[in-house]
Design a protein around this ligand. Structure first.
Ligand SMILES: [Ca+2]
Ligand SMILES: [Ca+2]
Length: 208
């Protein structure tokens, strides 16, 4: 091969490698997962809350079909807010019966299974945003300072895999086990449990 041909050939080979790398990165980021998770709040780096409570976790989920979400609407909360019309729902630590695949973890949770505790059952507001994309929005306002005071925290959100193969993403656990035994619940442990979505990871701060 002469020199004139050699340089373009190398560039073509390089371009091919870059395209392959981009495709691999896209696959790793979960672009092809059946369920899509998008987190609106907090954003990375936010200093959230007042008195280390009252911060939002606000997110959207898109499913392959409405039926596969297993979702229903709710407007609920602690104490007198619980199970009242027009959109009654339970309220507490663990999976959320109204959005039964959702897994929400905060690395600084001080109650239950702590950093492995699924907080989805604390979400207050669940509604159907767009039937064309089977999109559901879900919002939580943290009602107490049980999720760390004046700390750097990491939010992780995902939807559990269809573990029981009933065609519905309704398999979120009460807590995520520490699969690799390193004392932290991270994306490694979420993947070991099994997820049907991308995993959104948001580092932020909870402050007084
Ligand atoms: Ca299922
Ligand atoms: Ca772990």
């Amino acid at each position: 091969m002469n020199r004139r041909l050699l340089v373009p050939a190398l560039l073509l080979a390089l371009a091919g490698l870059l395209a392959a790398a981009a495709a691999a990165a896209s696959a790793r980021s979960g672009a092809k997962t059946p369920v899509k998770v998008e987190v609106f709040a907090p954003a990375a780096g936010d200093v959230a809350g007042k008195q280390s409570k009252g911060f939002f976790v606000d997110l959207a989920l898109s499913y392959p079909s409405a039926a596969s979400s297993g979702a229903d609407f709710q407007l609920t909360g602690p104490k007198g807010h619980m199970n009242i019309p027009p959109f009654p729902g339970a309220f507490g630590l663990g999976a959320d019966e109204k959005l039964p695949g959702l897994i929400v973890l905060l690395s600084t949770t001080t109650v239950g299974a702590r950093n492995g505790q699924n907080l989805a059952g604390l979400f207050n507001l669940t509604g159907f945003t767009n039937q064309k994309t089977n999109e559901i929005w879900d919002t939580w306002i943290a009602g107490d300072s049980l999720f760390g005071r004046n700390v750097r925290s990491v939010l992780r959100v995902a939807v559990a895999a269809d573990k029981n193969h009933d065609g519905i993403y309704n398999d979120a656990p009460a807590a995520i086990p520490d699969a690799n035994g390193d004392g932290h619940i991270t994306n490694v442990d979420l993947k070991a449990f099994g997820v049907a979505s991308n995993i959104v990871t948001v580092p932020f701060e909870i402050r007084d």
